[in-house]
Design a protein. Structure first.
Length: 308
């Protein structure tokens, strides 16, 4: 584990409130300055603060990762990028289960309110507060203190690439640390709107959850297909790692969806039947950080700009 990675796990693993984000931004700016990069913070919608490093207009490829932290939940965000029906079924099941549980609680409270003659207004406000409270917990509840995969892995990977990228090759690469991915991709949405012309046909690799699983998925958006050969050459499978560069029948919900030439990069586990999945993020079980994953992706990321 690199010195910067140890520092991030020790001091900056939780990046949710303004103070925590400010401290992380200052740390990244310090590293950028130390290594000779130009860095700036760009504000976006709903208070998003994206960290931009390098020249977006000159770069051949943009490497990104979201740095904000999700709320801790009692259930994982279960993702199956190449089995979209199962992913949607799980999401619907989670939503149905949550609202069913809240509805049962509201029913009990309504029964008690009626028994105590508290009136219909009391029942109405209890219902409204219950659903507002649920929404708050899902979007802005207590931070998950365990973010090894989601997305400390992506953050530390970008920093490792920055450190090892030769100075003479830095004009070819830009880096963006997105804010507010967990709240609804607002950081990347703001960046995409502000830099629409600059990034129209530019390759963007978004590293989100890359440290738990030996199956490396590169989910290409339609216009990124022209870069498929370069990606496959730069990130060749080796050892225990399997690489899947896909542009059809794949859905990975992350920031790359905002960009015409976006590529979502994720590490996935596999069942014996070959189903690729992710199953620990958003919970206290998100503690797997495989350094070999980071090294594998870093080497490929350093090679890719030479092939474009």
């Amino acid at each position: 584990m690199t010195e910067t990675t140890r520092e991030i796990f020790k001091k900056y693993q939780v990046r949710k409130n303004k103070k925590q984000k400010r401290a992380f931004i200052e740390y990244v700016n310090h590293l950028a300055s130390k290594w000779g990069y130009s860095a700036r913070v760009e504000k976006g919608m709903f208070g998003a603060r994206n960290i931009l490093i390098g020249d977006i207009s000159k770069a051949k490829v943009i490497y990104t990762a979201h740095y904000d932290t999700c709320p801790v939940l009692p259930f994982p965000n279960f993702i199956t990028p190449k089995c979209i029906a199962l992913y949607l079924l799980y999401q619907v099941g989670i939503i149905f289960g949550i609202f069913a549980a809240v509805a049962i609680c509201i029913g009990i409270l309504a029964f008690l309110a009626e028994a105590l003659n508290l009136g219909t207004d009391f029942t109405f406000w209890i219902t409204e507060l219950a659903y507002l409270g649920l929404l708050f917990l899902l979007l802005a509840g207590p931070a998950n203190k365990h973010t090894a995969n989601d997305n400390t892995s992506g953050v530390t990977l970008l920093i490792d690439i920055m450190r090892d990228l030769p100075e003479e090759e830095r004009d070819a690469v830009a880096f963006v640390f997105f804010d507010l991915e967990e709240m609804g991709l607002f950081g990347s949405m703001s960046f995409a709107r502000k830099h629409k012309r600059e990034i129209k046909d530019k390759l963007l690799l978004n590293f989100d959850c890359v440290s738990d699983g030996e199956n490396m998925l590169f989910a290409l958006r339609k216009k990124a297909k022209k870069y498929q050969t370069a990606i496959e050459t730069a990130f060749q499978a080796k050892g225990c790692f399997k690489v899947d560069v896909a542009h059809k029948g794949v859905f990975y919900p992350s920031d790359q969806m905002q960009f015409p030439c976006g590529v979502g990069v994720a590490a996935l586990r596999s069942t014996k039947g070959g189903l690729l999945y992710m199953n620990r993020i958003h919970t206290r079980r998100d503690v797997i950080y495989c350094e070999e994953n980071i090294d594998f992706l870093k080497i490929g990321a350093l090679e890719l700009p030479k092939l474009i």
